[in-house]
Design a protein around this ligand. Structure first.
Ligand code: TYD
Ligand code: MG
Length: 458
């Protein structure tokens, strides 16, 4: 039952209801009603309704608004500070999302340890782990991680009261899904609870100038009670990605009120916590296999060029339909590339399983990866390594008619490839690499021997 101060709101159509229903009385959708707290209207604290009566306020020209430059709090983790736009802004709310086990608690513990070591007041609130568990993690980390004050608590009111009493400069809440607002009946982690928890923490943080790092789990489907509902509420949304079993993790900003959303940090999970990988390209190129089915993609991770190895395996299959497995790239993009390869590139994989992998567990979300996927699959299908001895790098988007389309920052991609002696770089026409206008031309450039033999045979 809802208390007097809460209502149930449908997440699909917004219908409000005093009682919970399995099916929304407004739109008929199932399981969409979530409890929300109703703040009493200002001036109507006694419970009475009616419009609040307030005097009109006077708007001020922006030029007259005082905006003091508040120094940022640097976390001492270079990649994290860079992605935040130069460190944490006091009083701001940062949401750090990522799947379980990716290293969110490790990253935030390290950041607080560094801040504490630099003389800042910090607080680590954990609803997930006991203080003893947090201590065990901190023991593995360098710096002042053991000096960080910790509160293992799930009750929101207790957390807020502690924040108000302790007044830390930086606080981590790990995770937002484990705190419970006592005046709502929903279970911890439900949409209503998560929203209420974040909302009340935000209000206190802004009022007291506390920089808060909210940790949030995202399920594989990026689903429901995940931090999606909070994105509009916080100042900055960071996403920590990668495969749990792999060593590399990427950190990127999906939203940032105080910096750009173009940067990506690469980390490696080691014994003593997360280590920044300053020159990720060197690492990935060094690990590239150069075997049939392997190609180096000159990708852009935001404003930063990154060389990664894309691998493909094509194997005959009895399955109908055959398997299409994509790790690190979009599945739909793979389907598109395979279709264009078959139709315009003379590479048919209709009766074979196709596996495509971005090495190191990195995720590449840009159309510039198309050509790398195509070349890797073609190379795997023909069993021929790309390039005449020298490793091949490439980038470019593939259009539905088999044309190569230019992508952003060709100059930076080429420069990065040149830095590692990768030649040729197969790229769309206007890029001053080994230029190709169509997918067919790119295939010919990448596999002169194989396509030449075919041409002769035909
Ligand atoms: P964790 O930060 O707890 O993940 P999350 O909070 O996102 O769920 O840690 C993730 C994994 O990292 C965990 O399986 C243990 C591992 N790990 C290391 O390999 N080295 C370390 O120094 C630490 C602290 C953790
Ligand atoms: Mg954790």
């Amino acid at each position: 039952m809802a208390r007097a101060s809460s209502v149930f709101v449908c997440s699909a159509c917004g219908t409000e209801s005093a009682k919970w229903h399995g099916q929304c009385p407004g739109c008929g959708a199932w399981n969409t009603l979530a409890e929300e707290a109703r703040a009493p209207a200002p001036g109507a604290r006694g419970g009475g309704g009616g419009r609040p009566r307030a005097a009109a306020a006077k708007p001020v020209p922006l030029a007259d608004v005082r905006a003091p430059r508040i120094p940022r709090l640097t976390t001492g983790i270079g990649e994290l500070d860079r992605i935040l736009g130069g460190g944490l802004v006091p009083g701001s709310l940062v949401l750090l999302g990522g799947s379980p086990g990716i290293g969110k608690s490790t990253l935030t513990s390290m950041a607080l340890g560094n801040l504490e070591g630099a003389g800042r007041r910090t607080l680590y609130v954990s609803g997930e782990e006991s203080a003893a568990q947090i201590r065990l993690r901190a023991e593995r980390l360098a710096g002042a991680a053991l000096q960080v004050p910790v509160l293992a608590e799930t009750d929101l009111d207790t957390v807020l009261a502690t924040l108000d009493a302790e007044r830390p400069e930086v606080c981590v809440v790990d995770s937002v899904q484990t705190l419970v607002a006592g005046d709502l009946t929903g279970a911890a982690g439900s949409v209503g609870q998560v929203r209420e928890v974040a909302d009340r923490i935000t209000r206190l943080a802004k009022a007291r100038g506390i920089a808060v790092l909210l940790v949030g789990h995202v399920t594989k489907e990026g689903s429901l009670a995940g931090p999606r509902v909070l994105e509009h509420l916080v100042d900055c949304v960071l996403q920590f990605e990668g495969e749990r079993e792999r060593t590399y993790r990427t950190l990127r900003a999906l939203k940032n009120r105080f910096g750009s959303t173009n940067d990506v940090g690469v980390f490696e999970m080691k014994q003593g916590g997360l280590v920044e990988v300053a020159d990720a390209s060197a690492r990935f190129v060094g690990e590239a296999t150069r075997a049939p089915g392997s190609v180096v993609l000159a990708a852009m991770e935001g404003s930063r060029p990154l060389l990664v190895e894309v691998q493909a395996l094509v194997s005959p299959s009895e399955l109908v339909p055959p398997r299409r497995v994509a790790n690190g790239i979009d599945r739909n993009r793979l389907a598109l590339v395979l279709a264009v390869l078959g139709r315009h590139g003379g590479v048919a994989v209709g009766s074979a399983d196709v596996f495509v992998n971005v090495a190191g567990g990195v995720r590449i979300d840009e159309p510039g990866a198309d050509l790398a996927v195509a070349l890797a699959v073609a190379s795997a299908q023909r069993g021929v390594a790309l390039g005449a001895g020298a490793p091949v790098a490439c980038f470019g988007e593939i259009g539905l008619t088999g044309e190569l389309r230019s992508v952003a920052h060709p100059d930076r991609r080429l420069a990065e490839a040149a830095k590692f002696g990768l030649r040729p770089v197969i790229a769309p026409r206007d890029s001053a690499g080994a230029e190709a206008q169509t997918l067919r031309q790119a295939l010919r450039l990448a596999m002169p021997a194989a396509t030449g033999r075919r041409a002769k045979a035909a």
